[in-house]
Design a protein around this ligand. Sequence first.
Ligand code: ADP
Ligand code: MG
Length: 375
Amino acid sequence: AAGRTACLGSGAGLHVRGLAHRYSTGSGQGFTLDGVSLDVPPGAVHCLLGPSGSGKSTVLRLVAGLERPSAGSIALDGRTLNDRERWTPPERRSIGLMFQDVALFPHMTIRKNVAFGLRSKDTATRRRRVDELLVMVGLAAHAEKFPHELSGGQQQRAALARTLAADPRLVLLDEAFSALDPGLRVEVRGSVLTILRQAGIPVLMVTHDPDEAIAEADRIHVIEDGRITQSDSVSQLYRSPATRFVAGFFGPVLRFHGCPEDGQLATPIGPIQVSRDGHQGVEVVLRTRDLAPVAAGNSPWRATVLACRDLGDRCRVELAAKGERLGDIHVPRSLAHQVGGEIGLAFDPAAMFVFPWPEGLNNSKNRRIPTSANH
Ligand code: ADP
Ligand code: MG
């Protein structure tokens, strides 16, 4: 009964509630996916974004039915695919899955590859549908070619046509574009998602790349260590990131630790006036776009130059303070900055994000903080 009450299988689109799964490994630790809930409405493109090993592919495998969850429910277009009592096998879920590895049949033409996905047995209908799909993905002129005769992007679109041939009610993309080189990736991704949007098919797209999610998603579900930590629009993620990971999505940041002391925050760059209760150490994340480098005397906050790279029009400077590495910023060449010298940092404290100190890390003032914790 508990399984049923947890299920919200009434509406169109995908509904996932309280999904749990566990992999145990020989070494003991294992991996736990816990309480994953998300909805993808009809016609929407949602991203599941998280670092490598956070459980993204596991969620997709559970939704596709390639793996059986230990708890939770999955419903698609008002039909419960999986809960405590019910189980629909993957081939009866009407879900299309696309991976990085396109896996077209090498000995079949593109036409035959696409036709493979069709359910209809009637030859004329099949032919018409394959033609339609090939036009849709822009491969009509390549129908009789073999996969190896197509570019990576064309192969990806052929795989999309084959996926669409099965009339999926949901398409799951697992890092589907990451094997393509950067220029092509954006183009192929754009065309694949446009086709899916026009077809009104909801998409849940897995990626570890914040830029990809920011560029494409109507909504981003952030997953960290097997848990959804934030599900929001891009602008909400930008304005109020729930975790340090999310705060790092929108470009480079400085990270340093802070310690509440006499109503302000003691930090390696100097004390900062913020209202914060408690005596716990915190991590401060400051987007470099929200700060200006100034001469050392012109700001109460300053850092030491650890290294400096001349980029021609400006310099990339690696900053440290009180033995803690903060991250990199760009500074104009006019701000002299010898290694070992000081730079002032001007910013509005309201632009800072403050998070509880990372669990499991010791609170030593000399701890080195990784500067890009995006993956
Ligand atoms: P992601 O796709 O976010 O990189 P995965 O969902 O593939 O992460 O994996 C999450 C965690 O589960 C990883 O630590 C991975 O090693 C572990 N894992 C994945 N599949 C298995 C499996 N079949 N057996 C044991 N552990 C697994
Ligand atoms: Mg994965």
